[in-house]
Design a protein around this ligand. Structure first.
Ligand code: NDP
Length: 404
């Protein structure tokens, strides 16, 4: 079993640390490090109370500081780093991994702090350096990105000769009882959905005003929910790696109350990432907003309902005939809470991160270079999803609800 360093002790870090601690066959010693050490200590104490087999060690680190992080890595000597801090830290952590010779995994693509820009170019640029160093970097191994790409490559491997239309459908039909809260880091969440939307069609990106395309989509066990076309980062790698796709879109549900709050916040300038002067200090309105909103990690206990995320695909089957395929997971917030004291959105991200790390530590997915999840064999990942809390289901040649 391999030593791992987990960076970030938010909603997702909590789930990753506990799921890693539940799997001592693959993972040995665990160090959980984050900017605020007390958050790591709280997670470690909960893991102890729940009797998890491996003790979680903790440390403080500022992952923006490559030298400080490299020193921590040299001291602990992990086999790999699981990065579940924020997207801003991806490049410094990738640099520290290169400097110290350890493998890397994250769940969201790099974003510069000053422009909301979602693309893989910065991280793909590390390809040669990781290959030359004999190191692996696995990018975007949460649910979406992550499982959605594993689903797509599983569909491609087992069902299609030519995938043509892909719709990723992401629903959170949960109720946390708060007037307004985001399910993952509010700053990243709001940056993502206030951007113009974008989808792939006939070999090019089509840009649309934010939240301007929407319709009700039927989700399994949930029913019809209003869903909005957004840009989501896995579209970039999916259309690159599956060039037969004529169209690829990403849909996400939002409740009317959420949208109303967001519109007001946007109208008054609270979602801006441009600094404003306040009492002689530079303040970024969105960062201030984050400070007053509930932390995503605290939403778990009374969260009811479930998430439903899947891929709806149409194209030509292995026999050359028209085929539709839908593969999905539903996750109840309360089940996630029972397993890891977390809400479903943190859970559906943290479990796949543990699975990707497990496949790296066990040598099954291990290969030098920088990879997106659809580039590796989907079969072992799909099997582990069923074993570790995110079972999937499939429907073959049924009408696709996104097209209804
Ligand atoms: P949180 O805001 O709850 O947690 C982020 C954690 O990172 C906090 O503990 C924070 O510390 C820590 N952190 C921030 N900056 C630094 C730094 N410079 N050095 C060390 N630690 C730092 O976010 P989530 O847990 O919800 O999300 C974590 C990641 O997962 C994000 O990148 C997010 O985009 C991604 N994600 C991916 C999803 C997927 O499906 N692929 C879905 C949901 C999230 P502090 O508390 O001190 O600020």
């Amino acid at each position: 079993s391999k030593k791992v360093l987990i960076i970030g002790a938010g909603g997702v870090g909590n789930v990753v640390a506990k799921k890693v601690a539940m799997n001592p066959d693959s993972f040995g010693e665990i160090l959980l490090a984050s900017r605020t050490k007390s958050k790591c200590d709280k997670i470690a104490a909960e893991a102890r109370e729940h009797g998890l087999p491996t003790e979680i060690q903790t440390a403080a680190v500022d992952a923006d500081n490559v030298a400080e992080l490299s020193a921590l890595i040299r001291d602990f000597q992990p086999y790999m780093v699981i990065n579940v801090a924020l997207p801003y830290q991806d490049l410094p952590i990738m640099d520290a991994c290169l400097a110290t010779g350890v493998h890397y995994l994250d769940t969201a693509n790099y974003e510069p702090k000053d422009v909301a820009k979602f693309e893989y170019s910065w991280q793909w640029a590390y390809q040669q350096r990781y290959k030359d160093a004999g190191l692996m970097a696995l990018l975007g191994c949460g649910f979406d990105p992550g499982v959605t790409q594993v689903y797509t490559s599983y569909a491609n491997k087992h069902h299609f000769s030519e995938m043509q239309y892909l719709d990723i459908v992401d629903c959170n039909a949960g109720d946390h009882g708060k007037a307004f809260a985001t399910n993952f880091n509010p700053e990243i969440n709001i940056r993502e959905i206030t951007q113009p939307g974008r989808y792939w069609e006939n070999g090019e990106w089509v840009e649309i005003p934010a939240m301007s395309i929407h319709k009700p989509i039927e989700y399994p066990n949930v029913g019809a929910k209003e869903s909005y076309v957004l840009y989501h980062e896995e579209l970039e790698s999916l259309v690159k790696h599956f060039p037969t796709l004529k169209r690829a879109r990403f849909w996400m549900t939002f409740g009317q109350q959420y949208i109303t709050h967001l519109q007001v916040l946007q109208n008054v300038g609270m979602t801006s990432i441009a600094p404003v002067k306040f009492q002689g200090m530079d303040i970024v309105p969105l960062e201030f907003l984050k400070a007053v909103l509930p932390e995503p990690g605290t939403l778990g206990e009374n969260y009811t309902g479930e998430t439903s995320i899947g891929c709806q695909i149409r194209g030509l089957g292995k026999d050359g005939n028209e085929l539709t395929y839908f593969v999905w997971n539903n996750c109840k917030h309360q089940d996630a809470y029972k397993d890891t004291q977390a809400q479903g959105v943190s859970y559906t991200t943290g479990v796949p991160a543990m699975i990707g790390a497990k496949l790296m530590c066990d040598g099954i997915w291990m290969q030098p270079g920088v990879w997106n999840c659809e580039q590796l064999d989907p079969d072992p990942f799909m099997a582990l999803l069923n074993q570790h809390g995110l079972p999937w289901h499939e429907a073959i040649n049924q009408p696709l609800s996104v097209e209804a």
